[in-house]
Write a protein that binds this ligand. Structure first.
Ligand code: BG6
Ligand code: MG
Length: 219
């Protein structure tokens, strides 16, 4: 049996969630908005534009489109600075062995990310060749928790949603997988990601046996 293995990027494959946070935090600080790590959970998996709106809502700030555009550019410029020196060492522990195993047993792999910076990150970390399909923020109109990004990924792999497995670190992403009738696997804090079918603290807890179980599992 073939299953579609769909990976989120930020916070699952690479620890870029912290860079997104730092770049947004700088803008929040400038605007005098209290922006905590708890608030940040709501931004994970969410598009850049939507993220800014959430932050402005937190500060009850009503901004012009011109200001918003300025902050969106500032955020991304700042974020990109963190990526300049990125290399394979920033791949989160346990991810590479699973990618290698999936390739070995010829299971299709896709990326399903909200980020418009996904491709350069996959190139810098030298893992782009593992992916049979890449769907990112440039390809979708509806942000997670809308399942669009994962549905397109499954479609590109020619696998049904019911036979698709999604690895996600965000609440919005877990919900997107569930809404899309896919098997959701939360990577991170169980108290945040409790809506996922399976939850692991990180990828080192995911064994090849577990992958085999996922492949055999009836959807
Ligand atoms: C998601 C991140 O993967 O991509 C979000 O979890 C981020 O934090 C979103 O806002 C969009 O990313 P980018 O790189 O296009 O700003
Ligand atoms: Mg993520």
């Amino acid at each position: 049996i073939k299953k579609a293995f769909i990976f989120d990027l930020d916070g699952v494959i690479v620890d870029t969630a912290k860079y997104h946070y730092l770049a947004w935090k700088k803008i929040a600080d400038q605007l005098g908005i209290d922006f905590t790590h708890e608030h940040n959970e709501l931004l994970k998996g969410v598009s850049r534009i939507r993220s800014l709106d959430i932050i402005l809502d937190l500060g009850k700030i009503d901004a012009t489109q011109e200001d918003k555009n300025k902050w969106l550019i500032q955020k991304n410029d700042d974020y990109l600075l963190y990526l300049v020196d990125m290399n394979q060492s920033e791949i989160l522990p346990g991810v590479l062995p699973i990618l290698k195993y999936l390739k070995e047993i010829k299971q299709p792999i896709a990326l399903g990310s909200a980020s418009k910076n996904a491709r350069p990150i996959l190139e810098k970390t030298d893992i782009i060749s593992y992916f049979d399909a890449i769907v990112d923020g440039n390809d979708v109109t509806n942000a997670k928790p809308d399942p669009e990004v994962f549905l397109i990924a499954a479609q590109k792999l020619a696998i049904s949603p019911e036979n698709s497995i999604v690895f996600e670190d965000s609440i919005a992403g877990v919900q997107a997988a569930n809404i899309g009738k896919m098997t959701s696997i939360g990577i991170g804090d169980p108290s945040t990601l409790y809506e996922a079918k399976y939850i692991f603290n990180d990828f080192t807890e995911i064994t090849t046996q577990f992958v085999d179980t996922l492949i055999q599992e009836q959807s």
